[in-house]
Design a protein around this ligand. Structure first.
Ligand SMILES: Nc1ncnc2c1ncn2[C@@H]1O[C@H](COP(=O)(O)OP(=O)(O)OP(=O)(O)O)[C@@H](O)[C@H]1O
Ligand SMILES: [Mg+2]
Length: 428
């Protein structure tokens, strides 16, 4: 068991690509920390830096309280499991699992005992004398797990270990991995781009985008109380409504979120009122999950958006309605383009080591095309007129083309500044 602490860890690849930007993160002893983010956001880079397979450009990595930046991989006591579970093709399952112990010249009797015990726990005891080529994808991943676990490392690093498996096998093995690493009590950092995997498996989730840490907390915290618009949208399979609103305080009576064709009032007694009032006269981003919206009758006296149903979509367990309301939507605000960001960092000179490392890399001159300017108007990402997504349960109460009266649960509005950070930041 060990802790993993990242202190301002940055990775700039040759050519100036900023893959990980000043990451601060801690995995406690025995914790299962899931790193979640879209493809290319720097998850594998971060994991490889912890394993010692990739050099850290700047910042410090601490493993079990020891500064580990320059520690060779074999001295880090970490075991890494990759997506494709690469095994030795000419060794049997038994030989693959036993390999790390044989290299360490462990007592053969002990090796035999451990391999038998582990193969039972991983449900591959019937395959011990077979070669990897004869196994299914799920079985191969179990063998790779066995090989990683057998020498009882202090830290497991798992890089999308289930992404090559079919959905059924993923669910099964996901539960087993969770149970196994918890029973062993080994600190585990698990990388995935699948939000369901993260929510179901993690003690805590760290969410990344473009090399920048967006949020970290328990699954309940990051889902219900996300720190950024990116986190909220990513954990909601991108079905989050992000709407542009201007904050007003007419005659100081209450706070008005002005969506253009529609408004929502927030009384001064609301716990978020003070935080929102700092944005008077400015545009903010209001996040609304489809389940914070519902069809309501004329008698409903809460906040309402009126519109017209454009389409209905059947999702098996529920229907979603797409409602035209005339409200402007905003795309998820993104951190700066990594290539641009690295130039700005180098120019601003954040400390000698990072500056000189970045200058050196940037002077390599392999930089690709300049990032294209995004059309922005100071309130987050690009604006467009988009339909409001409303969850309407298991029976379609509306029909396409009909007028829609959408009730809003104002207590569950998520309020973001134009850069995507929460206006009323969550307490973690
Ligand atoms: N050796 C390298 N040289 C230059 N750029 C690299 C190198 N390795 C990775 N990158 C870039 O760094 C960024 C982060 O890559 P990384 O593999 O860490 O992403 P990831 O989050 O693991 O993505 P995925 O989910 O697709 O595996 C990507 O844009 C990638 O192209
Ligand atoms: Mg990866």
């Amino acid at each position: 068991m060990s802790t993993v602490v990242l202190d301002n860890v940055t990775k700039v690849y040759p050519g100036g690509y900023l893959a990980v930007d000043r990451m601060n993160l801690r995995a406690g002893e025995g914790e299962l920390l899931v790193l979640l983010g879209p493809s290319g956001c720097g998850k594998s880079t971060l994991l490889r830096m912890i394993a010692g397979l990739e050099e850290i450009t700047s910042g410090d990595l601490w493993l079990g309280g020891t500064l580990a930046n320059d520690l060779p991989p074999r001295d880090r006591d970490v075991a890494m499991i990759f997506q494709n579970g690469a095994l030795y093709p000419h060794r049997t399952v038994r030989g693959n699992i036993a390999f790390p112990l044989e290299i360490a010249k462990a007592d053969p009797e002990m090796v035999k005992e451990r391999v038998t015990e582990l193969s039972k726990a991983l449900h591959i005891d019937e395959t011990l004398d077979r070669r990897p080529g004869t196994l299914s994808g799920g079985q191969r991943q179990r063998v790779a797990m066995g090989r990683a676990i057998v020498r009882q490392p202090s830290i497991f690093l798992m890089d999308e270990p289930l992404s090559n498996l079919d959905a059924g096998m993923r669910t099964e093995l996901r539960m087993e991995i969770g149970a196994l690493v918890r029973s062993l009590g080994v600190t585990t950092i698990y990388v995935t781009h699948d939000q369901v995997e993260a929510l179901t498996l993690a003690d805590r989730i760290a969410i990344m985008n473009r090399g920048v840490l967006q949020d970290v907390g328990t699954p309940g915290q990051v889902y219900n109380d996300p720190a950024t618009a990116f986190t909220a949208a990513f954990l909601n399979s991108q079905q989050l409504n992000l709407l542009s609103a201007t904050v007003r305080t007419p005659q100081n009576q209450f706070i008005l979120l002005d969506f253009g064709p529609h408004q929502i009032t927030i009384p001064w007694s609301d716990p978020r009122a003070y935080a929102i009032s700092q944005y008077v006269g400015r545009q903010i981003i209001v996040g609304l999950r489809p389940d914070c919206l519902a069809p309501v009758p004329d008698t409903f006296d809460g906040p309402v958006f009126l519109g017209r149903v454009r389409a209905l979509e059947y999702h098996g367990h529920e229907w979603l309605a797409y409602v035209e309301t005339g409200i402007m939507s905003v795309s998820v605000p993104e951190p700066p383009d990594p290539r641009q960001a690295v130039r700005e960092l180098a120019a601003s000179g954040q400390g000698g080591r990072i500056r000189s490392a970045m200058r050196r890399l940037l002077s390599g001159g392999e930089a690709g095309p300049e990032p294209q300017d995004q059309s922005q108007d100071g309130s987050g990402g690009t604006h467009r007129r988009a339909d409001l997504i409303v969850r309407i349960g298991s029976r379609p109460v509306w029909r396409a083309g009909e007028p829609a009266r959408v009730g809003v649960d104002a207590s569950r509005l998520l309020l973001f500044a134009s850069d995507g950070s929460r206006i009323d930041p969550p307490q973690r």
